[in-house]
Design a protein around this ligand. Sequence first.
Ligand code: NJP
Length: 237
Amino acid sequence: NDQVAIITGASRGIGKEIASKLAEQGMKLAIVGSSNEINETAKELQQKGFPDVLAIQADISNEDQVHSMIEQTLQQYNQIDLLVNNAGLGLFKSIEETSFADWKRLFEVNVQGVFLGVKAILPHMKERKSGTIITIASDVARYTIPNGAAYTATKYAVQGFSGSIAQEVREYGIRVGTVNPGMVDTYIAGSKQGLAEKKDWLQVEDVANAVVYMASAPKHMLIDEIVLHPFVQNYPI
Ligand code: NJP
């Protein structure tokens, strides 16, 4: 398996586990995060026995940095087979507590970041007539939650974006899908991974396994959406 994957937001949480599971499949990796933590995560993965891990410190809401992230990966590996748009911010506040700055930052990272990544990678995938793009959206992209209006709006946005481009690029052999988890035990919105009260939530490997399943589907098969919840999650539809 000489395939190459870029995973955004891979310094911790779901993205880090996706990186680990894809490496176990034999994929070469470029892992992206906006802080220096990404370099530590790359070292950890290398120490686990995966030498082909390129750490890229980039903010996915910045167009130049996203271009550079794709270029650095191509320089290192010459090809990119899979883009996992995983980086995202959570915000769980009432609308009164949500500032316009909060709203804008959430859209910059969760929506603009996905747009920029897809725009930057498509020329390469189109040229090769192959590639897979998986976006981690959310189960909130199918319903609504109180104290999550801005977050929910960003996830509806990427769901719509992803569905539209899936149709545009299928003629190039490019597959596009979303993985939509419910509550996952991670660091989202200032939380900590491993807290006792989250032990029955989805675990990062549950989401990573879904990504591996989607990414490794045979060429004739398109899995366009996977939705997964913890059994304990009670949600309105
Ligand atoms: O989040 P967390 P999750 N540019 O906070 C990075 C979705 N989801 O694993 O930049 C580049 O543990 C950040 O690194 P750093 C969720 O919406 C989750 O839970 O250095 N990278 C870190 O590596 C999101 O789309 C739940 O701070 C940026 C990573 O992103 C995805 O799952 C439920 C960045 C975030 O790690 C992963 O979230 C659901 C930027 N501008 C959907 N900003 C859930 N946890 O319950 C942040 O339905 N990062």
